[in-house]
Design a protein around this ligand. Structure first.
Ligand code: AMP
Ligand code: MG
Length: 337
């Protein structure tokens, strides 16, 4: 990233219309946030960057499971015993999550959290088989009762937990794009961990997004030019540990409470980042065959999958673009977080 900002600085000095390209990185939502945008008025460009970072912080404060006072953390406590009223925004995102659960036959399930919280990837902690099975029995998105009249959520039984880690970053990226549009900014790339969305062009050319080799941080398996789309990558290579030759990582199969192990990485390209975020996690759980079948049924959605042997698989609409089409340095890398 440092090299990239130097590169941009050089371009900014050389370019005739230079004033309004800005690039900033920050650590928010437990991940790396990147904003790159253009507006001819440097003051508006700066306002755009500030707005994005502020919005990311706002969403983190409300939806982080790690902040005890967040709305999500309070929901997890209160909805155990009663219907708990939440904000329109959180309610709508939970509803959207339930939509993706239906769409993916339950592969996407925000109640994965009852098992998810038994893992600590940094400390290499995992549940034993009986703990895992007990927690998996609580995972089911139908265990959430949503009532639109009062914006309330109730859990069907104690022990149910909700975590929006598979969709909240994409949602935050979409919110930021909307706020930039309201400021009149039409050229931007926003990234939150593995979720990105781009608007307009970059110096008159498409944005280029690199997909990381899941087993070699120095290598890319594809570089694709993109405009006005979102792209999300889910992978088993960022939050994981290995025990007895088995890789335990953060994407959980709701049926077993164990990590999903058919693929190494899933990249989804689609119209908005909430969708690509939810679908990248879902397809990772579904695996190669069921995952690709789902993607090929969805209009406007494409996928690039890397299987356990490192082989690449492309959804139908991407077949002609099989090879990396741009060998230059990409504007950004789509890296799972
Ligand atoms: P991503 O990097 O977008 O695939 O998101 C991974 C995150 O999604 C994990 O860190 C969990 O917070 C969450 N997650 C894990 N498994 C699931 C699942 N089956 N459904 C929904 N969210 C999940
Ligand atoms: Mg995701």
């Amino acid at each position: 990233m440092r090299a990239l900002s130097h590169f941009l600085l050089l371009l900014a000095i050389a370019a005739p219309v230079s004033g309004g390209w800005l690039h900033e990185d920050a650590d928010i939502m437990g991940t790396r946030i990147t904003v790159e945008l253009f507006h001819p008025d440097p003051a508006i460009a700066q306002q755009g960057v500030d707005t994005v970072l502020q919005e990311m912080r706002r969403i983190d404060t409300s939806m982080s499971p790690y902040i005890a006072t967040s709305e999500l953390a309070r929901l997890n406590v209160e909805a155990q015993h009663k219907a708990f009223g939440i904000s329109d925004e959180l309610f709508a995102l939970i509803q959207r999550s339930q939509y993706f659960s239906d769409l993916t036959g339950g592969a996407f399930d925000i109640t994965f959290a009852s098992a998810g919280l038994l893992y600590d990837y940094r400390k290499a902690i995992k549940p034993d088989d009986s703990q895992r099975r007990k927690a998996a029995a609580l995972i089911n998105y139908h265990n959430l009762f949503l009532d639109e009249t009062g914006n309330t959520v109730a859990f069907s039984k104690p022990g149910v937990r909700v975590d929006l880690g598979g969709i909240a970053k994409g949602y935050a990226v979409d919110r930021c794009i909307l706020l930039l549009q309201e400021l009149g900014i039409g050229q931007a790339l926003i990234t939150a961990g593995g979720d990105s969305r781009m608007m307009g062009d970059r110096w008159g050319r498409p944005w280029t997004i690199g997909i990381r080799d899941p087993r070699d941080a120095e290598k890319m398996v594809a570089v694709i030019p993109l405009m006005d789309v979102a792209v999300s990558t889910s992978g088993d290579y960022q939050r994981y540990f290995e025990k007895d030759g088995v890789r335990y990582h953060h994407i959980i199969n709701p049926k077993s409470g164990d990590s999903a192990r058919e693929l190494q990485s899933v990249t989804i390209i689609g119209p908005d980042a909430t969708t690509t975020d939810a679908l990248s996690t879902s397809v990772f759980v579904l695996g190669l065959e069921a995952g690709m079948k789902l993607i090929d049924q969805l209009p406007d959605i494409d996928a690039i999958l890397v299987d356990q042997r490192g082989r690449m698989h492309y959804s139908n609409d991407l077949q002609p673009a099989r090879k990396p089409v741009d060998s230059g340095k990409p504007a950004a890398e789509s890296v799972a977080h």
